[in-house]
Write a protein that binds this ligand. Sequence first.
Ligand SMILES: NC(=O)c1ccc[n+]([C@@H]2O[C@H](COP(=O)([O-])OP(=O)(O)OC[C@H]3O[C@@H](n4cnc5c(N)ncnc54)[C@H](OP(=O)(O)O)[C@@H]3O)[C@@H](O)[C@H]2O)c1
Length: 315
Amino acid sequence: MTTTVVAAAFGGPEVLSVVDEPLGDFGVGNVRVAVKAVGVNPADYKVYSGEFGRDVSQLPMHLGFEAAGVVVATGEEAEGPAGPIRAGDEVILYRVPSAYAGELIVPTASVVRKPAALSFEEASGLMVAGATATHALASTEVERGDTVLIHGASGGVGLMAVQLAVNAGARVIGTAAQPGHEYLRMLGAEPVLYGEGLLDRTRALAPEGVDAAIDTVGSDEAIDVPIALVADRNRIATIAAFGRGFALGLKVLGGAPGADPGTEIRAAARLDLTRLVEAGKLRVRVAATVPLVEAAAAHRQSAAGHTHGKIALIP
Ligand SMILES: NC(=O)c1ccc[n+]([C@@H]2O[C@H](COP(=O)([O-])OP(=O)(O)OC[C@H]3O[C@@H](n4cnc5c(N)ncnc54)[C@H](OP(=O)(O)O)[C@@H]3O)[C@@H](O)[C@H]2O)c1
């Protein structure tokens, strides 16, 4: 048996409950992992909010896509994307369904070694945000010498996109509320306040123009400003404004119908992300650690929309 969190109905965080469930069959090609931390992502509460539909056959709904933990058992010759997997290995699991649990049985294909430099809390938040940011930068072809505008730079995906773009040699302007500015400067970005006047403030920072933009917010401003500043719409990506993104011919990324899911690039990003962490070129900012049984509180915090980094749930 393992402790897990389920949404028994569609609604707000109040529909979440903590239950004990059988762990399931071990099966061929799987490993069993004691979960030390689970990464929280906005999609975790959006799936049961009704935002993506209300198909009652999906209830009760299990939550979460990423976690970090310790392998407790493997089959014979267990092999993951980065090589053999043994009991005792500290690992990251991505992408896995139902990650909000104390123990998981997962396919070896979703198991990568946890960089020693990361705590379990940090490791649990590396992959969804990091792989999404990798996809966004690749789709907008950001490279050395570019000036890139990142909306929502203080968020989970934003902080990853900022670091990856700086690593690529781009100049990064990131929209954020004032409390996030110092951290963004430390990462090598130039923060700019979002809200009225953003277009003028960004023009003042980059009078020569902006080459590419990534929207992780979905607000009108986060689309209108790039439309005004970036000459080539193929170099504007959104992970949050699906309707306007499609209507304006932008790169729309993610799981929405018609969007580019980037399945291969996101899976391939896992090893690149761990290598960057090991090289000291990528960090995960943990905004909060919350007991798994208080997942509802974590979702309320995330849904407020101003988390700076990642929330980790601790089983
Ligand atoms: N399509 C995909 O593949 C995909 C993948 C991952 C996530 N997403 C989506 O992308 C969005 C961001 O995800 P996340 O994990 O980065 O969320 P997050 O960690 O909760 O971060 C959201 C950030 O947005 C900032 N923010 C809020 N209002 C803003 C505004 N008007 N302008 C600029 N920044 C603003 C907040 O910082 P301040 O304190 O500065 O306001 C906060 O740090 C979510 O909607 C999520 O569902 C999509």
